[in-house]
Design a binder for this molecule. Structure first.
Ligand code: HEC
Ligand code: HEC
Length: 211
């Protein structure tokens, strides 16, 4: 039998060689791919919304009216569950403590007065305008929170300290009763869980999501 190229291609050994070459080639290919990225983890698809993520918890508190009523973007504190403009024409004033003659401390003491319905806590006053959050999205608020030009020159550690220890922040969970004798609503996350969430968020690099 003559071995012309045509007949070689029809023999069994030819196909076996071709097959083993193919297998060899594919396995070398796999090894190359594996070697080029030896330690990369296989990405696991992430859930779009993690309701219990620390950032979500933290922002649910910051956006609550107990905080927002004191962090307006204009010069008037807000009151109540519907965040109406503060009665008696109360204004921010130069130092965020009201106009001369109508200072916050005239009415607000260092504790709630549950007879008159005037809330109180140490150093009661309006958050400075640069810390006004009303009308901002949660992402904008979070950026504001970390911006030293706006947050009173605080670094992350000081922000965490403020959020977890400040008397006005703490007041939100003991807000007392209003002038009609009705209990004010506390934020939707307990103070304990809020503190945990803030610390965890900071520990993980204080990342701000896109939305
Ligand atoms: C009675 C008014 C009042 C209430 C209520 C209040 N704040 Fe404030 N907040 C202030 C004032 C005043 C400052 C500025 C204090 C300073 O710079 O020393 C401030 C500053 C801050 C700051 C630091 C500056 C910044 O913007 O990053 C944070 C954070 C903050 N508040 C969070 C909260 C949170 C969260 C709540 C609700 C749980 C809350 N505040 C409730 C008055 C209030
Ligand atoms: C003339 C007295 C008076 C003065 C002055 C005054 N307040 Fe008030 N404030 C009240 C009373 C009364 C309430 C309670 C109203 C209610 O809840 O029914 C109140 C409620 C509030 C609340 C609402 C808390 C909430 O979440 O419902 C905030 C915030 C507040 N005051 C901030 C201020 C700030 C800041 C100043 C100074 C710039 C100030 N107030 C000056 C009497 C006063």
């Amino acid at each position: 039998m003559k071995l012309s190229p045509g007949t070689i291609m029809k023999t069994k050994p030819f196909y076996l060689t071709l097959l083993s070459l193919l297998i060899f080639g594919v396995s070398v290919g796999f090894n190359l791919v594996a070697d080029s990225a030896p330690h990369e983890e296989i990405p696991v698809p992430k859930k779009q919304v993690q309701a219990d993520a620390p950032f979500d918890k933290m922002m649910q508190v910051l956006m609550h009216k107990r905080c927002m009523n004191c962090h307006p973007s204009d010069d008037r504190p807000r009151q109540g569950e519907d965040s109406h403009v503060h009665n008696f024409g109360v204004q921010r004033g130069k130092e965020n403590h009201g106009l001369p003659g109508l200072q916050c401390q005239t009415c607000h003491q260092s504790e709630n007065n549950n007879y008159s319905g005037v809330p109180g806590a140490p150093h009661w006053g309006l958050a400075p305008k640069t810390m006004g959050w009303q009308g901002l999205t949660r992402v904008e608020i979070a950026k504001n929170l970390l911006d030293k030009e706006k947050n009173g020159g605080r670094d992350l550690e000081e922000i965490v300290k403020h959020l977890t220890e400040d008397a006005l922040v703490a007041w939100a969970w003991k807000p007392g009763v209003n002038a009609d004798g009705k209990a004010r609503e506390a934020p939707p996350v307990s103070r304990e869980d809020f503190i945990k969430a803030v610390k965890k968020w900071a520990e993980d690099g204080a990342k701000i999501p896109e939305k």
